[in-house]
Design a protein around this ligand. Sequence first.
Ligand SMILES: *Cc1c(COP(=O)(O)O)cnc(C)c1O
Ligand code: SF4
Length: 326
Amino acid sequence: MNTLDWRYEMANAVIDPAELLQLLKLPLSLLPAAQAAAKHFGLRVPRQFIDLMVPGDLSDPLLRQILPINEELLDIPGFSDDPVGDQIAIKTPGMLIKYPGRALIIASPACAIHCRYCLRRNFPYKDQNLSQQHWQLILENLRQNSEIHEVILSGGDPLTLNDEQLNKLVIELAAIPHLQRLRIHTRLPILIPSRITQQLLDLLHNTRLIIVIVVHVNHPRELAESTQQALKNLCNVVTLLNQSVLLHRVNDNSEVLIELSASLFETRVLPYYIHLLDRVRGTAHFEVTPSIAKSLIDSMRQRLPGYLVPRLVQEEPGAAAKTLIA
Ligand SMILES: *Cc1c(COP(=O)(O)O)cnc(C)c1O
Ligand code: SF4
């Protein structure tokens, strides 16, 4: 286990673009654009993640995921604030139901990192905070809806909640008889592996609910040794899956994707989804066309066992499931 407390590492993240440029020995001429773009969606990156980047390399695929740049400010037709219809899917504040059998809860608005391509970069979190009152309404809603068998904790990142808060959520959810599975969508084990505390492992192990953790890794270089150890500890108690977003000049390369699947499986993480970019305002420079995406998946399929090839999907507003592209 890491010696640093995860809460300290969260609080100690780099949020000042000038500091980021200095730490990575990048030209100060990038600062005005970084500051302008960060006004819309702040910079946030844990120091451990910065340590994985190559100083001076502007094309570093890890840097590209977090550095605010000029292109984010361009208004590109087809890119909007809610491209996937999240707002209509809100059933009660903090809970979205789009697909049969599953309810998604915005368990926390906070993240350890701000990914520039994030679907929720423009999401009105302040209306969706999981206050005690909202949580009681959500529980009431879930108790009455016996068709829901799986609850998905999302956000933001649900593992920004502390172990006491999570324990309370899990106990209250486990008391609803028709719930079978609890899924947690999180990037924290990748960024701040000390988040995987013994207390967290115990609470995931002790519930009657079947736990699935879906992590989010886009590039094999994100898998530091401490992260791999955290994933090994997790895989003893939960089912581990990964989802990625296909991102131009980050991972739109079959060698990178093949290495990502192989590295993830070293700690028993199976690839689940690779998403085509949601067309959120400010993210157009990350887009990969569906035809290039398909050919990347084809080359993965030629080289890897089927279970190491993620499903290429796209989210379409109003659809009853994510749309399978390849
Ligand atoms: C993606 C998503 C889910 C989960 O879909 P799966 O295909 O089961 O992974 C559930 N609810 C919402 C609102 C979603 O966006
Ligand atoms: S961790 Fe997930 S929710 Fe948070 S900014 Fe990154 S993509 Fe968005």
